[in-house]
Ligand binder design. Structure first.
Ligand code: HEC
Length: 134
């Protein structure tokens, strides 16, 4: 092999490395996005409880989030049908998850109301603390 050929192989290898790298999703993009600016905010949690009753979430999920009605799951355990992150739950409340059973209650809610009600739901959490991704 000539020096020239060797050089080309080296160039191809480096290019392959760079291009291959680009094909992989960087770790920080795979991480769950924490979108709710109101998580842990005491005032928002209080108001979120009001939002929960205003939109009759309690009709299915119960007054304290225990679930049970109309096949609605409890909101304070660490089992989540579609995922526990902010983005997934926001979509679910807005009715944007394909074939979801929960009605699109959140279509008439403002973003502020959605984040408040989620802040309240987060405050109810009694599951494994290591599973918190919000
Ligand atoms: C008509 C009954 C009903 C109402 C009203 C309702 N939900 Fe749900 N909810 C469900 C069902 C059923 C599921 C299970 C997910 C699915 O299959 O769509 C669910 C799932 C959820 C989950 C995810 C729970 C999990 O374990 O995965 C959250 C959070 C949630 N609802 C919040 C709300 C909020 C907030 C409201 C009010 C704005 C609300 N729900 C109103 C029936 C309801």
């Amino acid at each position: 092999m000539t020096v020239r050929q060797k050089r080309w192989i080296l160039v191809a290898l480096v290019a392959g490395l760079i291009l291959g790298e680009r094909g992989n999703v960087p770790a920080q993009d795979q991480a769950v996005k924490k979108l709710n600016p109101l998580t842990g905010n005491a005032e928002a949690i209080q108001e979120g409880r009001g939002v929960y009753f205003k939109y009759s979430c309690n009709a299915c999920h119960g007054g304290t989030g225990g679930g049970g009605m109309a096949g609605a799951p409890p909101l304070f355990d660490d089992e989540w049908k579609y995922g526990s992150d902010d983005e997934t739950l926001r979509k679910l409340i807005k009715g944007e998850i394909p074939n979801q059973i929960m009605p699109p209650v959140g279509q008439s809610m403002t973003d502020d109301e959605i984040w408040k009600v989620l802040a309240w739901i987060r405050s109810l959490y009694k599951g494994d603390p290591s599973k918190i991704n919000w």
